[in-house]
Write a protein that binds this ligand. Structure first.
Ligand SMILES: [Zn+2]
Ligand SMILES: [Zn+2]
Ligand SMILES: [Zn+2]
Length: 421
């Protein structure tokens, strides 16, 4: 039984209509049936315009304090400002306070007060942030140098703090501007509120931009992986032309193949370095350890799968070379370029072969080390009767043993195919 709301004229009227019994076709053909999306009203622009007021206000506040701070540091590091103040204040100062040890502090205070009016100490019995009552000794009054408020300097509540700034100032002496500039360390007391306004956004942005080392290494790894994936088809195409028995490869083709191979090998090496960096990152978290190990195992797999075509090239180069040597009269006809290329490709492929073997042996060493570590972990898990861990560890050990066998087999193959020259 189907029911929809109908008007007096028997039209679909979902708001003011009365419930009526209808047939299926009327039910499904009404407006809005199967309309899953519903009505969409975009409030983003409304929200933005409302929010903009807050953003602007915040921005204004930040830039105002920023300007004050800049002015303050300029005044405090500029010797001429102090002198000017001295001249102005000398007559009054000599009457008001006698020259004493606090003279310098007073001078700085006067300079600081040119930036913002300081709140009257006497009117503030409690710290506005933590509400503690000020005393003459244990909880003294401080002034925020940016808003002038009286605040406490309690380090536990952090109502205000001395912010260390390195200010670039003109110290004179050098000839060029960069020589004249020097850094002066300056401590400025800033209240919690001003600190938040000034630095929280910057801190937040820094925090967002900061990448943990494992992520950085992983991104490098992924970059090299992409590079390898795009380079490989081109290399395989070159390889196919080299293997074409009906048309002997030109020297250019061979040198290009050799060059591409070199670049690929470099990429593989960088990839391997990044992967090793990840697996060797120190961590106490078992999850992180597992993650790093998995990434590394993946990288080993990737290297094993994709380095295979690279191994074919030295063989092909050798074959083409020996067949060339076989045809004695051909050799005389070879242009000087082809001879040079011949020797260079053989010479350059030699260290590459070594690098490949080295890479495999390094992989083996890392795997053996991991095997040892996992073995240790199993022993310690057994000793402390953490049986649920042993299962997972034993599985890892099995995987590692398989990997070790695989790499060992590859090294043997490799040595067979590339005997020591
Ligand atoms: Zn009907
Ligand atoms: Zn306080
Ligand atoms: Zn303040």
């Amino acid at each position: 039984m189907y029911q929809i709301k109908l008007s007096r004229a028997a039209l679909h009227e979902p708001v003011r209509g009365a419930w009526c019994r209808v047939c299926e076709s009327c039910y499904v053909s009404r407006d809005g049936y199967l309309d899953h999306k519903g009505f969409v009203r975009d409030h983003t622009s409304d929200f933005k315009s409302l929010r903009q007021k807050n953003v602007d206000k915040q921005h204004l506040e930040t830039s105002r304090l920023d300007k004050r701070l800049t002015k303050l540091t300029q005044v405090l590091t500029d010797p001429t400002a102090a002198e000017m103040l001295n001249v102005q204040q000398q007559s009054a100062a000599s009457k008001l306070w006698p020259v004493n040890l606090n003279g310098l502090r007073n001078q700085r205070k006067l300079l600081e007060q040119t930036i913002v009016n300081w709140e009257d100490d006497a009117k503030v019995p409690n710290c506005p942030f933590c509400k503690q009552t000020f005393t003459n000794f244990s909880l003294r009054k401080h002034h925020c140098r940016l808003c002038g408020k009286v605040v406490c300097g309690d380090t536990r509540t952090g109502c205000s703090s001395e912010v260390g700034l390195n200010v670039n100032v003109n110290v004179g002496g050098g000839k060029t501007l960069t020589e004249k500039m020097g850094e002066v360390a300056l401590d400025v007391r800033i209240c919690r509120e001003c600190n938040g306004v000034l630095f929280s956004k910057r801190d937040f942005m820094d925090e967002v931009a900061r990448k943990p080392p494992d992520q950085k290494s992983y991104e490098t790894m992924v970059e090299f992986e992409k590079g390898i994936i795009t380079m490989l088809p081109r290399f395989q195409k070159l390889l196919a032309t080299l293997q074409d028995s009906s048309r002997p490869p030109t020297p250019q083709q061979r040198s290009e193949a050799s060059k591409t191979r070199k670049r690929l090998l470099d990429a593989f090496t960088q990839y391997d370095i990044a992967a090793k960096r990840i697996v060797n990152l120190p961590t106490d978290s078992p999850t992180q350890q597992q993650l790093q190990r998995s990434i590394y195992l993946y990288s080993v797999e990737f290297l094993q799968t994709h380095m295979f075509p690279l191994k074919a090239l030295p063989k092909i180069l050798k074959q083409t070379k020996s067949s060339k040597l076989g045809n004695g009269h051909h050799r005389g006809l070879g242009s000087p370029a082809s001879i040079i290329d011949d020797s260079s490709s053989v010479v350059s492929s030699n260290p590459e072969v070594d690098a490949e073997e080295k890479l495999l042996k390094e992989q083996l060493a890392v795997l053996e080390e991991q095997k040892f570590l996992v073995g240790e972990m199993i022993a310690s898990a057994k000793a402390s009767r953490r049986f649920e861990e042993i299962g997972a560890l034993a599985q890892s050990l099995g995987e590692l043993e398989k990997e070790v066998e695989k790499v060992e087999g590859q090294i043997k193959d490799f040595e067979k195919r590339n005997p020591v020259w």
